[in-house]
Ligand binder design. Structure first.
Ligand code: HEC
Ligand code: HEC
Ligand code: HEC
Ligand code: HEC
Ligand code: HEC
Ligand code: HEC
Length: 301
């Protein structure tokens, strides 16, 4: 999928800028960093395309950032200008700022040019398991865990289930535990984290107290994962699911939500269907259906 575009202005320009970046980087002469050796095959000029044979001095992120720290590192891919820039400040202030790039990009040993055949996105979005065992184990118990068949490949429907990096992103991951800022940022991204794949439940999450308030940006309205959990999300009919009838009293009565003393079986059974059901309840109402038939163009949703 990553055929390299040759003979266009993109590679040539980025190539030249890479050299500038290398020169600038080498020029800053960091005490502990050995100088970078860049060799361009003699048969090639700076305008003939991208085929660099860099010998990186050290297995460290500064080696990767020689090229990827350049805002002008772009390539023309399938007619679209694609950026390969990784903002060093953003990365540096993320929770992984001290980690090596190859901690996630396991396919990118210090070998250049890069191997373009590897499924590097999948690798990068799952390498997390090597350091976050607890979350990986919890994830393995949930509905988003992918089933692997006997040949080790995945059925195509499985492809649409999220990997770690699909929910968390890549270079700007923030602290979440005991971090109001990190949690607030995630809370505000409910559509990207869940809704984009569960459009129907995103749309139907619109009851007055929860969904409607959440979509208006209310910080104290529950995000999808406040009810469903996050790594070990289960179907509602599974008795271990947080939204199964068996556990709703506990889920609704969790700290920061409803006062435990006011939550009982009656409370949850009378309200649970409203959370995702307002739209359906409306559509099932015969008066509403008649009005919709008559004035369908006015009544939306
Ligand atoms: C000599 C410059 C250079 C260095 C050093 C470099 N890269 Fe790259 N990298 C590139 C270019 C150019 C591309 C765009 C490749 C293409 O045209 O498909 C790229 C693409 C990538 C991609 C996206 C791959 C794809 O197929 O879309 C990743 C991930 C990546 N590099 C990671 C790294 C890591 C990790 C390091 C350090 C181990 C590193 N790079 C070092 C120049 C470099
Ligand atoms: C915590 C894991 C992680 C670390 C550490 C990491 N990356 Fe990535 N990187 C990712 C993921 C995930 C993607 C996105 C894959 C996708 O969505 O297509 C990505 C994408 C990329 C891309 C493709 C362009 C883009 O921005 O989507 C480049 C280039 C890249 N990374 C380079 C680097 C470099 C250089 C470093 C070190 C400074 C680094 N990465 C560190 C996880 C990581
Ligand atoms: C379906 C989306 C989703 C997927 C997939 C996902 N996470 Fe999470 N993750 C979340 C949410 C939501 C939170 C909690 C946010 C909060 O605290 O407000 C979270 C929290 C975390 C935390 C903070 C500590 C904790 O457990 O609460 C870590 C670390 C983490 N995830 C790593 C991972 C790893 C590793 C994977 C892959 C095995 C993964 N996540 C897959 C959504 C996801
Ligand atoms: C090389 C090891 C390593 C890899 C690989 C790695 N992480 Fe981390 N991650 C860490 C460390 C170390 C921390 C900081 C822990 C701390 O500060 O308590 C961290 C913190 C986090 C946090 C914040 C945790 C919290 O409790 O607030 C999240 C979320 C997270 N990582 C997600 C990911 C995801 C998603 C990936 C893969 C795309 C990933 N990590 C890959 C080492 C790693
Ligand atoms: C990348 C797409 C994607 C993302 C993001 C995603 N899901 Fe899912 N989710 C799926 C797929 C695919 C299934 C499995 C459906 C099946 O097996 O028929 C699933 C299953 C579920 C189930 C079990 C019920 C069912 O229909 O099987 C629940 C509940 C759920 N997801 C909630 C969430 C929540 C909450 C989030 C955000 C924290 C989220 N999902 C993020 C794709 C996604
Ligand atoms: C206030 C708690 C709460 C919140 C927040 C919430 N849900 Fe639900 N969700 C439920 C309950 C209860 C059910 C089971 C009853 C039903 O299907 O209406 C459910 C059912 C589901 C199902 C079907 C599960 C199955 O096994 O059939 C999916 C998928 C789902 N929710 C996704 C989401 C998404 C996406 C969000 C965020 C936009 C979200 N939910 C927010 C409580 C919640």
């Amino acid at each position: 999928m990553t055929t390299r575009a040759r003979g266009n202005w993109g590679p040539a320009r980025a190539f030249a800028l890479c050299l500038v970046a290398v020169a600038a980087w080498a020029g800053t002469a960091h005490a502990q960093t050995p100088s970078l050796v860049a060799t361009v095959p003699a048969s090639r000029s700076a305008t003939s395309g991208y085929d660099l044979d860099f010998t990186l001095p050290t297995q460290s992120k500064s080696g990767c950032l020689v090229c990827h720290g350049d805002p002008d590192l772009v390539r023309l891919k399938a007619g679209k200008i694609t950026s390969y820039y990784v903002a060093p400040d953003e990365y540096g202030s993320s929770v992984h700022g001290k980690e090596q790039c190859v901690a996630c990009h396991l396919d990118f040993a210090y070998k250049l040019p890069h191997d373009t055949d590897v499924a590097w996105q999948v690798t990068a979005k799952t390498a997390c398991r090597n350091c976050h065992d607890e979350q990986f184990v919890a994830f393995g118990k949930g509905a988003h865990q992918r089933a692997v068949d006997a040949t080790g490949t995945r059925a195509s429907v499985e492809e649409s289930k999220p990997l770690c990096g699909d929910c968390h992103g890549s270079h700007a991951i923030q602290k979440l535990t005991e971090s109001k800022a990190g949690q607030a940022a995630m809370h505000a991204s409910g559509w990207e984290v869940c809704g984009r794949c569960h459009q129907d439940y995103w749309d139907s999450y619109d009851d007055y107290y929860h969904g409607a308030a959440y979509k208006r940006g209310a910080e104290d309205a529950p995000a999808c994962w406040d009810c469903h959990g996050w790594h070990d999300i289960l179907p509602a009919k599974d008795r271990k699911s947080r939204v199964s009838e068996a556990n709703l009293v506990e889920t609704c009565g969790q700290e920061g939500c409803h006062k435990r003393s006011t939550v009982d079986e009656d409370f949850v059974s009378s309200y649970k269907d409203a959370i995702h059901g307002k739209r359906q309840a409306k559509q099932d109402n015969p008066v509403y259906r008649l009005l919709r038939k008559l004035f369908g163009f006015v009544l939306k949703g």
